[in-house]
Design a protein around this ligand. Structure first.
Ligand SMILES: Nc1ncnc2c1ncn2[C@@H]1O[C@H](COP(=O)(O)OP(=O)(O)OP(=O)(O)O)[C@@H](O)[C@H]1O
Length: 212
């Protein structure tokens, strides 16, 4: 299994419970606002601790309340991509890209800078500041930054929703490449059925959570 997740977490007056088993490729999570999709990604990243359960990705146990496993976020080897890119505004594109690479021991690096620049078509942007990038360019750089940190899998939280239609198609193509050519498992949150139709290997409907 690429993703094998069974977790519970209470947040305020909502009780989130997920049970997900998905093979390789892109697993799309679709569900209403407030159903806990972002919280689930945060639990997989290690940023939000489940109250109980387990999270295994690609056969590696990241969290298991029964076995007292809780890997630190930086050892989970996950690349996280957000709706708005979240590049470091004070660093040029080159430094944004190499930020995670520098923190990653070389045996764990899976892709080189030249390979990533070529794959994403962003070599011409290296000396630019994030504020000067279009939304699509910024999202490419965000994907590049995630890839350069040597991830075993990617988390994507509505990565297309701040883009216009042409840019959305471009980045969709990039995501297909990550899925099929780089073969990284992806857990992908969206509200958009068209994205699910076009990108998902596995579709998982997230239901309205129980209110306490
Ligand atoms: N720190 C918190 N305290 C209380 N409630 C919280 C907290 N964080 C999140 N919640 C609630 O938990 C639920 C899940 O939130 P989450 O952001 O994970 O949902 P989502 O499905 O990603 O929503 P959206 O699609 O709108 O981004 C929501 O009802 C939210 O209000």
């Amino acid at each position: 299994m690429a993703f094998d997740i069974a977790v519970k977490r209470r947040l305020g007056n909502v009780s989130l419970a997920f049970d997900i088993a998905a093979g390789p490729g892109l697993t799309a999570l679709i569900g209403p606002s407030g159903s806990g999709k972002s919280s689930l990604l945060n639990m997989v990243a290690g940023l939000l601790r489940p109250d109980e359960g387990r999270i295994s990705v690609g056969g590696q146990m990241l969290f298991d309340s029964a076995g007292a496993v809780n890997l630190a976020p930086e050892t989970r080897r996950c690349g996280y991509i957000f709706q708005d890119g979240r590049l470091f505004p004070h660093l040029r594109v080159r430094a944004n890209l190499t930020y995670g690479e520098a923190l990653t021991p070389s045996p764990e690096r899976r892709f080189g800078l030249d390979q990533v620049l070529d794959f994403l078509g962003i070599a011409h942007l290296l000396d630019r500041w994030p504020a000067t990038l279009s939304g699509g360019e910024a999202q490419r750089v965000a994907i590049g930054r995630a890839l350069l940190a040597g991830p075993r899998f990617l988390l994507m939280d509505e990565p297309l929703s701040s883009l216009d239609a042409p840019r959305r198609r471009e980045i969709m193509e990039v995501i297909r490449g990550v899925r099929d050519d780089l073969r990284l498992p992806i857990l992908y949150v969206t509200h958009d059925e068209r994205e699910v139709d076009q990108l998902a290997t596995t579709r998982i409907e997230i239901e309205e959570p129980r209110r306490i």
